[in-house]
Design a protein around this ligand. Structure first.
Ligand SMILES: [Zn+2]
Length: 413
């Protein structure tokens, strides 16, 4: 017999289990920090750089442990002190309309978690990243970023929450399909116009400059029938020296974005190899596949949510007698967490397969050697871990480890 007490301890148990499992994987991974570097990666670092990468790994480990330990303490205290019940009564005393009550409820939670996370985010940027020479963000950029994120979350998040809440008030547990339809439209829209709408809020995009690199890219793009207008350079150097590139959008909105730091660090041929990898993601239809997966899992999540949100046992577990939208959603997010973890692992498995396919595409259409050189430089410059534990890679890596990518690229070279 399921009682609200059972659900309460289930929620606490799931939070603890998630924390302990993550802790176990982090410590297991850390045990292998000093493993000998595999032979084919032996020239990634010299001795001094390797020492630096070891220090960076340890620093990130400690920071992660303190951050997650602190979060655990906070969330468990909040649950045991009936924080959600208190917040529900507080929100209900401010407004009469259920949508406004829910917005206050989530607004307070968002505001509190934002303020609590702020010192961690500040420390990460201006102490850790600064110490290892990655940080290029100024205080002004940092604070403007925070303000922009808050504004975006309030506008987009508030609107989405209010509308889904409205569907719930209209249709009760049948709200899920309308919520799905609406969210699906938002997801497709964001996939299409992310580069045009969201990126410019934080960064500047510009076309490739004339010169050797542009010429080499032109030759490659023409060969692969990829429109050059779809290649942009982003000012990643505004925040960090770490380099990157990504593919986004589909149809007429498809584009490759190269970080200016990538162009700064790599030779033109190496940049073309990275670009070829990104074009591979497009040619192998990875973007469309990921979009479909997102749509399916969103539908599934709303469908399962519809059973939880009307259940009094669920809301009573968090101390609220009558079920309502916000308490149902919060309780569900705790209970559904393991499903999300499993979905995340599956997504990573698929993502790593796609990375191999994109690497192979770059090798077939341009050069595996230049790609390996590029990956080597990028790993060195981001002080990345050359000896991650295989369980950590399996669970948490969206890309194969450098060793795995080299082994794959070395086949049939
Ligand atoms: Zn990739």
């Amino acid at each position: 017999m399921m009682t609200s007490d059972f659900i309460f301890y289930l929620i606490v148990g799931l939070i603890l289990a998630d924390f302990l499992f993550d802790l176990y994987v982090s410590l297991l991974n850390a045990k292998h920090f000093n493993d000998p570097v595999p032979e084919i990666l032996s020239d990634v670092y010299d001795d001094k750089e390797y020492e630096k990468s070891q220090a960076y790994k340890r620093q990130q480990l400690y920071f992660g442990l303190i951050n997650s330990g602190f979060s655990l303490l906070l969330i468990l205290s909040f649950i045991f002190l009936n924080g959600f019940e208190w917040l529900h009564h507080f929100s209900s005393s401010q407004f009469d309309h259920p949508i406004l009550i829910s917005l206050v409820f989530f607004g307070v939670l968002f505001g509190a978690s934002f303020i609590i996370n702020l010192p961690f985010s500040y420390y990460q940027t201006f102490v850790i990243e600064e110490k290892f020479g990655f940080n290029r963000s100024t205080k002004k950029v940092f604070w403007l970023d925070q303000l922009k994120s808050i504004a975006l979350t309030i506008i987009v998040g508030g609107l989405v929450l209010a509308l889904i809440n409205w569907f719930y008030l209209l249709l009760a547990d049948n709200f899920w399909w309308l919520a799905w339809l609406f969210t699906a439209i938002i997801i497709v829209f964001m996939n299409l116009f992310y580069s045009k709408l969201i990126v410019p809020i934080f960064n500047k995009l510009k076309p490739l400059e004339e010169g050797d690199l542009r010429h080499k890219i032109e030759v490659y793009a023409e060969k692969e029938d990829f429109n050059l207008d779809k290649i942009n350079v982003i000012d990643g150097s505004k925040r960090s020296s770490k380099a990157n590139a990504y593919f986004s959008g589909f149809g007429s909105q498809k584009q490759v974005t190269l970080y200016d730091t990538l162009i700064e660090k790599l030779t033109p041929d190496e940049v073309v190899a990275v670009l070829a990898h990104e074009v591979g993601h497009y040619k192998k239809k990875h973007i469309i596949f990921n979009l479909m997966m997102a749509l399916i899992t969103t539908g599934l999540t709303f469908y399962i949510l519809s059973f939880f949100i009307i259940s009094p046992i669920i809301s009573q577990a968090l101390g609220v007698e009558e079920p309502n939208f916000h308490i149902g959603l919060i309780a569900f997010s705790f209970i559904y967490a393991p499903v999300n973890t499993i979905l995340g692992i599956l997504t990573n498995i698929i993502s790593r397969k796609f990375e191999y396919q994109a690497d192979n595409f770059a090798k077939e259409t341009f050069s595996g050697t230049y790609l390996m050189n590029a990956l080597k430089k990028l790993s060195r410059d981001s002080l990345s871990n050359l000896t991650p534990h295989s369980l950590n890679v399996f669970l948490n890596y969206s890309h194969p480890s450098l060793l795995q990518r080299f082994r794959n690229l070395r086949q049939n070279v």
